[in-house]
Design a protein around this ligand. Structure first.
Ligand code: SF4
Length: 438
C-alpha cells in the first residue's frame, strides 16, 4: 500500500506551532509522510486559532481555496484542527460541507484512527471532547527547526480573563510532568537544538509533583548542549520573586520577559478580570528591572474594551511610557463567543475611536521601543543567527538573548544556528543593525 502524504498549515500562536509538530509526530509514527506541496497531499489539516474575531473567516476562506483539490479527488481528507472546531464546529460544517475531520486540541492522538474511519466510512469524524488529563506526555513532536524549538509544559488556562476564549476552547490548566518535559527537551538538544522556549498560557502557575516553574527552569537549564532557555507567557499576577531571581542568576535563561498588561486603568483591568492593578503591575516591572538590569520587556495591549473612557485609555499610554517595553502585540477589543465580556458587557466603543486609540498606542510604542533597543547601540552582543534577511540577500538576521532582532552583513562562513558576536551600530524600527566581531 502506498504511504499517504499529509500537509499541515498552522495559524496562530507558538502553542499552535508546537501542536502542529505534535500532530506531525503522531502521523509520522503511524506511517504517514509529511510533504510541503499541498498539490501532492492526500490529507490536509489546517491547525487553527480562535483568539481573533477574523480567525474563523480566515480559516473558512483558506479551506475554500483548497476545495478544488478535494473535488478533483486528489485530496482524500480535509480536516480542521485546534481551537476553531472547538469554538465554531457548526459553522465549519455548514460552510465547508466537504470537510472530513474536526478535532479539538485534546484529541490529536486519535487522528490516525479518525483518518482510517473516514477513509472506510466516508463520514465526517468529529472529536471535540475537552480532556483535562490530556498532556501528550508520551508523544514526541516532530521538530522542523534545526536549532530552536518549543516545548509545551502545560495546557489550558484557569484565569478566565473576561475577553478571552482560551479556557473554553483549550480547557482547564494542567501541567505536564517535569520528567516528560526533560525527556523531550533532552531529545531536542540531542538532535542539535540549542535554544528552547517553554510554552504555556500562564507558565508561572506551572506545578507538577512538587516542581514549581522556577525549579523546572533550573532543571531544564542543566541539560548539556542547551545554550538558551526562553519561556512564555507570564501572567503578571503570578510572577514570583523566585522566578525573577532564577532568571537573573541563571546564565542560560534569556533576559527577556513577555508580560502582558492589556490595559492601564484599574476599572478596565477589574472588568477584564486580570487580577492586578496598574500600580501592582508597575511595581513588578520595577522589581524586575532592579534585579535584572539587562531585561527586555514585551507585552500585549488591548484598546477599546467595553466602557473604556478617554481617561482609562490615557492610563494605558502611561503604562507604556513608564514600563519601557521593547515591543507590544496591540489589539482592538472584539467580542468572542462564550466569554464573560460578551455575555455581560456591551461592545460600545465605536470602530473609529478604537482605531484612533490603536494608532496612538502603536505610535507611542514605536517611539519607546526604539529608545529601548537603542540602548544596545555601541555594545557587542551574542546573537543566534536565524536566517537570511528578508530585504537583502547579503544580510542575515539573528536575535540577542533579549530577543532583539539584529541585521548584519554576512559572509559565506556564517549559517543559521551559529552563535556569533555582533557589534551594534544602529537601531531602526524594531531592529538593530551591526557588524560581525570575532
Ligand atoms: S491568562 Fe487570560 S488572556 Fe491568557 S490565556 Fe488565560 S484567560 Fe486567556
Amino acid at each position: 500500500m502506498l504511504t499517504m502524504k499529509f500537509f499541515i498549515e498552522t495559524f496562530g500562536c507558538q502553542m499552535n506551532v508546537y501542536d502542529s509538530e505534535l500532530v506531525t509526530g503522531i502521523l509520522i509514527k503511524n506511517g504517514y509522510e509529511q510533504i510541503s506541496n499541498i498539490n501532492k497531499a492526500d490529507i490536509l489539516f489546517l491547525n487553527t486559532c480562535a483568539i481573533r474575531e477574523k480567525a474563523v473567516e480566515r480559516v473558512i476562506h483558506k479551506m475554500e481555496q483548497y476545495a478544488h483539490l478535494k473535488k478533483k479527488g486528489d485530496l482524500k481528507i480535509a480536516g480542521v484542527l485546534g481551537c476553531i472546531p472547538q469554538y465554531s464546529s457548526d459553522r465549519l460544517k455548514k460552510e465547508l460541507p466537504f470537510i472530513d475531520i474536526l478535532s479539538g486540541p485534546d484529541n490529536y492522538d486519535k487522528l490516525p484512527q479518525m483518518i482510517s474511519e473516514c477513509l472506510k466510512n466516508k463520514k465526517i469524524q468529529e472529536n471535540l471532547e475537552l480532556n483535562e488529563e490530556q498532556n501528550y506526555d508520551d508523544i514526541l513532536p516532530f521538530i522542523k527547526n534545526k536549532f530552536s524549538s518549543f516545548v509545551t509544559i502545560m495546557r489550558g488556562c484557569n484565569n478566565f480573563c473576561s475577553y478571552c476564549v482560551v479556557p473554553y476552547v483549550r480547557g482547564r490548566e494542567r501541567s505536564r510532568s517535569a520528567g516528560s518535559i526533560l525527556r523531550e527537551t533532552s531529545d531536542a538538544v540531542s538532535k542539535g537544538i540549542t535554544e528552547i522556549t517553554l510554552l504555556g498560557q500562564n507558565v508561572n502557575s506551572y506545578k507538577s509533583e512538587g516542581v514549581s516553574f522556577p525549579a523546572l527552569l533550573e532543571k531544564v537549564s542543566e541539560i548539556e548542549g542547551l545554550k538558551r532557555l526562553r519561556f512564555a507567557t507570564s501572567h503578571p499576577k503570578d510572577i514570583s520573586d523566585e522566578l525573577i531571581k532564577v532568571t537573573a542568576e541563571n546564565k542560560k535563561i534569556c533576559k527577556h520577559l513577555h508580560l502582558p498588561f492589556q490595559a492601564g486603568s484599574n476599572e478596565v483591568l477589574k472588568r477584564m478580570n486580570r487580577g492586578y492593578t496598574k500600580d501592582e503591575y508597575l511595581i513588578k516591572i520595577e522589581n524586575i528591572r532592579n534585579s535584572i538590569p539587562e531585561i527586555a520587556l514585551t507585552t500585549d495591549t488591548i484598546v477599546g474594551f467595553p466602557d473604556e473612557t478617554e481617561e482609562d485609555f490615557l492610563q494605558t499610554l502611561e503604562v507604556i511610557e513608564q514600563a519601557g517595553f521593547d515591543n507590544s502585540f496591540m489589539f482592538i477589543y472584539s467580542e468572542r463567543e462564550h466569554t464573560y465580556a460578551k455575555k455581560n458587557f456591551k461592545d460600545n466603543i465605536s470602530k473609529k475611536i478604537k482605531s484612533e486609540r490603536l494608532k496612538k498606542v502603536a505610535e507611542l510604542q514605536k517611539k519607546i521601543g526604539l529608545e529601548q533597543i537603542g540602548n544596545d547601540v555601541g555594545k557587542t552582543k551574542e546573537i543566534l543567527v536565524e536566517s537570511v534577511s528578508k530585504k537583502r540577500k547579503t544580510e542575515m538576521m539573528g536575535r540577542t538573548g533579549q530577543n532583539r532582532i539584529v541585521i548584519f552583513e554576512s559572509d559565506d562562513t556564517i549559517k543559521a544556528g551559529d552563535y556569533i558576536n555582533v557589534h551594534i551600530t544602529g537601531a531602526e524600527g524594531v531592529s538593530l543593525f551591526g557588524e560581525i566581531r570575532n
